[in-house]
Design a protein around this ligand. Structure first.
Ligand SMILES: Nc1ncnc2c1ncn2[C@@H]1O[C@H](COP(=O)(O)OP(=O)(O)O)[C@@H](O)[C@H]1O
Ligand SMILES: [Mg+2]
Length: 158
């Protein structure tokens, strides 16, 4: 697994921009990491580069937020409230079939119901102090498209 050190909120959004610029329809991005790691912050960067102006909020209580006004649809999901793994309230296959980007926070709760190919980012704090802005992002690309996608993303940080 490869990793990238991120030192600020802005840099996390820059990573989001690299992801958004290189994303294609039907891509699936999984964002793992504790509360406050920066999953939603990264998604804000993705939304901005797709031309979505509406503020991106954590979809914790709605599970999915749809943004269709950008270059391509963005479906931002948060599975934190789905600890029992009951996905019946959202039509996941329909979202995955759309020509858009699906971003899922807390994917571990539904991992058995997801396609086998995805790009997973695990965001971890580097220091214990609550106000530290340092993060390490570990990448796990599964499948050919996601390995290619990761190479394109990494070019923004060379
Ligand atoms: N390097 C960083 N990357 C992402 N967020 C950071 C970073 N440093 C500080 N922050 C702050 O941490 C918080 C992360 O919140 P959020 O993105 O909602 O986390 P999550 O969605 O993972 O629970 C934000 O207030 C953000 O400004
Ligand atoms: Mg969040």
């Amino acid at each position: 697994m490869e990793s990238l050190e991120i030192n600020s909120d802005e840099q996390m959004q820059k990573l989001g921009k690299a992801i958004g610029e290189t994303s294609q329809g039907h891509d699936l991005l999984l964002l793992s990491g504790d509360l406050g790691a920066g999953k939603t912050t990264l998604t804000k960067g993705i939304a901005r580069v797709l031309g979505i102006r509406r503020p991106v909020k954590s979809p914790t209580f709605t599970i999915v937020r749809e943004y269709r006004e950008g270059k391509m649809p963005l479906f931002h999901m948060d599975m934190y409230r789905l600890e029992d793994g009951d996905l019946s309230s959202i039509d996941m296959p329909a979202y995955l079939a759309e020509d858009g980007l699906v971003v899922i926070e807390w994917p571990q709760f539904i991992i058995d119901d997801l396609p086998k190919d995805y790009l997973e980012l695990s965001i971890k704090r580097l220091d214990d102090s609550w106000d530290s802005t340092k993060r390490i992002v570990e990448f796990k690309p599964v499948g050919e498209r996601n390995m290619t996608w990761l190479l394109e993303i990494k070019k923004y940080f060379e």
